[in-house]
Design a protein around this ligand. Sequence first.
Ligand SMILES: [Zn+2]
Length: 310
Amino acid sequence: MSRDPLDVIWRLADSPDPLLIFEDLAGMPRETMTRLLELGVLRESTTATHVVCDACCDDHLEQVMPVKYPDGKTRFFIPCPQNGRVEVSCERLLQWRVDYLPLLDALASALSVTGRPSEIQPGRVWNLGRAALAGKSKLVWAARGLAWPDAEQIGAALPQGRSLVLFFLGLPAEDGLLGITRESIIELRTVMHLDGELVIDRHAIEAQLADIAEPPAKTRTRKQTQRDATVGALKRELHERILSMKSAVRNADRTGKPFALPRVTQKELARAIGASESSVCRAIRKSGDRELQIMLQAIEDPDMIRKYSS
Ligand SMILES: [Zn+2]
């Protein structure tokens, strides 16, 4: 059993129908279970109509038959080819459903979001409202199922622009699918834990959001403007190269063939963007452009190339 009491919630986040059976919660300490029920993260659901036989080793699924006894009590049974009629304890019939709203309410309140969370797509996409984060006003949204086949439509439902921050549950979206900068997408499990209450690491959220590159300030010297242009051209060039390497790397992964990354030099980059080698060298050393630094690292690292989003 994992030490994170919310682990079962995160593990189920990619299930279209997040229903837990008795066995799913077998290893969970009783106080954790009670707390999750009190918080409303788990809710009792209808009882199971079918269970897997635990009297033999065949894992066969059987319909539960209730039998009313003369003392007024109902007992439950399933048929087993090896053991005949097998009694099933009432406990094994219990089921719970995950409710994500209490998690999102806790997030919204920790971020002092204004407005009430609203469900845009039931159990899938939520608009939590607006919050001041990292010195900016942000639109706070949440979603799960970002890796499901229809995930593209989530991107279409989200507001466009730089002021969005998206918290997600479950697996992340494929690179570039949502059209949001990487820094604006935060996995909820990395910033939330259960410690009696649902606790949010606001500091971690703000730190990540502060990493988003600022648009250039209005007053720039001529030298700075030239350097910005070189940085921009370099980034466009690197972007194209990384994307084409990405498809080559992915192709090599698929076919199991080794792939040697071509070496990229400043001289060659300078030629490609029609600038002098010294201006490229200065742009790289002095601009302090974080995105450029990441791209320069990425182009030499197959792992970063695989994860690169456009
Ligand atoms: Zn059996």
